[in-house]
Write a protein that binds this ligand. Sequence first.
Ligand code: ZN
Ligand code: FE
Ligand code: FE
Ligand code: ZN
Length: 279
Amino acid sequence: MLSAMTTAPLASSPHRPADYHMHTPLCKHASGAPELYWQTASAQGLQEIAFTDHAPDPTGYDAKYRMEPTQFDEYRRLIAPLQDGRTPPVLFGTEADFYPGVEPYLTDWLPRGNFDLVLGSVHYLGDWGFDDPNNRHKWNDVDIKGAWKAYMDLIVGLTATRLFDVIGHFDLPKKFGHRLRDRDLKDMVQPVLDRVMKAGLAIEINTAGWRKEVAEAYPSPLILSLACERGIPICFGSDAHEPEQVGYRFDDAVRLAREVGYTHSLMFRQRKPESVPLP
Ligand code: ZN
Ligand code: FE
Ligand code: FE
Ligand code: ZN
């Protein structure tokens, strides 16, 4: 009977949100063909995915962890064949670093990329790549609260540019377990979140944190609840650097979002956000 058959959901029907943060081998520290990332997304029932590989930088900034500027067309050619009307759909994005001085370049370059969404991330404090495991030892030499403050000042700078759609891994300094006390964290991030809200920026729930020493998604439940209070929209990202990581712990991420009060997340097309109910 047709009616009986239609009561079961299709195996391929999306029941998990879009994954808007994943990389390609062009960044020199990810592996696996984009097609394989898509296959995981399809098997996981994700709404859609966006590739957001690390943006190239003509100054040689962090060159060992990103594509060369001359490889950008190759990046486009790598993703374009996946944009063939398939389900789940595949979007084209980038994770662009914010650092002081990058603004003129990104102001020129980002609009020409024809992206569906642009993540803005901070991975450096001065010349210290603070989330790079190779530079982890430097955490022993710094004042942890001072490092967090310097990081949050950069997030304020990122926010002020209005160049980005979504802030990546909002509390990245905790990656190796260097946390602040809740009270200090709250005092520090509230004014930052006020600015994020006024700028109309979204933040991502980035599940990669569950794969790191800190064993907690970015941002923490505390920060996420403060973001929700302010009506700051969210989306989801696995930050996959291997095909198997696509959609990583998305059920936990949705549960976390709901627990702090979220009912919707964002979907993007051509950098235009649309709010959709959580699955
Ligand atoms: Zn990466
Ligand atoms: Fe990042
Ligand atoms: Fe990333
Ligand atoms: Zn990342």
